[in-house]
Ligand binder design. Sequence first.
Ligand SMILES: *Cc1c(COP(=O)(O)O)cnc(C)c1O
Length: 367
Amino acid sequence: MPDYENRTMFVCLLIPTTTVRMRAMTPIDLRSDTVTRPTAEMRAAMAAAEVGDDVIDIDPTVQKLQNQVAELLGKEAAIFMPSGTMTNQIAVRIHCKPGDEFLCDAGCHIYNYEQGGFAQLSGVVAQPVHGEGGILKPEQLVDLIRPENEHLVQTRMATLENTHNRGAGAIQPYENVVEICRWAHENRLTTHLDGARLFNAVVASGVAASQWAQHFDTVSVCFSKGLGAPVGSALVGSAEVIALARRYRKLFGGGMRQAGIIAAGALYALENNIGRLAEDHKNAQVLAEAVRNTPDLRLNPDRVDTNMVIFEIAPDRGTAEEVAERLSDHAVLTLPFARHKIRAVTHLDVDATQTQQAAEIIERIWA
Ligand SMILES: *Cc1c(COP(=O)(O)O)cnc(C)c1O
């Protein structure tokens, strides 16, 4: 049993009844948009999925998902994989060879949260650039391509992340994306977009997925984040690139056989859960307002574009661990993100009422 449930039961014995009711509730889990559980409808779609051996030839449900994702992102082909880490690392493998480098924002997921897989698996190095809250400006990149010289690695690729996880779900300014990708291609670099939360950017910006994607050679998207599927990501690109990705997927151990069962969850998510991301964005604003109303807490970065809120506790008032602990005592789960930073993420398993409760708890425990 998770620790917070034990704590909840213990605390119930000691405190007044109004608080007991609050504490005995199911926790409001804002740690990540990956904590969602498949609904009965999604499970039914998964149970009914038509399947085949996708390693020997094809699984019809996986194929349907791949076709649908490719079409939605305006690319020739897509390939289903178990995780966003795998789609990103295979993209690196496709675009770069040992002794190459890629340009990325210093706070990005590929650089920080994938064990440096590009180095371990592909012999590639990164040249991280410090963007503001995950946002790179075109002028930061122009001088970074290394000249032809046998002392140097060769610069091959530029990557962006949209929305940006450490940037509190920030949406990349569209004009920056256009300009960075144009510059990259003019200079014979390829481009990859880590679009784990691209659909959040789509819903919040009104810029279609295919419009974002057209500037990149490859794009990865996750079904297991805001879209609420239990498993899976896809990589999209040209037919040629995706054929290569299929080879690397097998090499990296990601060839899956009757994967239609999980692809059906992803398909269900794609068909039903994109539009509703707007509710998560609205709920994130409610949490942001609670942080703004609390003197010891501060949004950092001070923007909430989509479904994430990152806030800081004044250093003399405690650490992120302590804040998360205190919130968890009140059945609100958050993620310590740095020594004084806490992340809260809204998603389809937290409705407007629960968000309001979480917001009140955030304000009340510092009152
Ligand atoms: C979650 C995430 C990934 C990786 O996805 P996994 O499925 O957890 O491997 C990649 N990029 C970003 C921005 C993410 O948030």
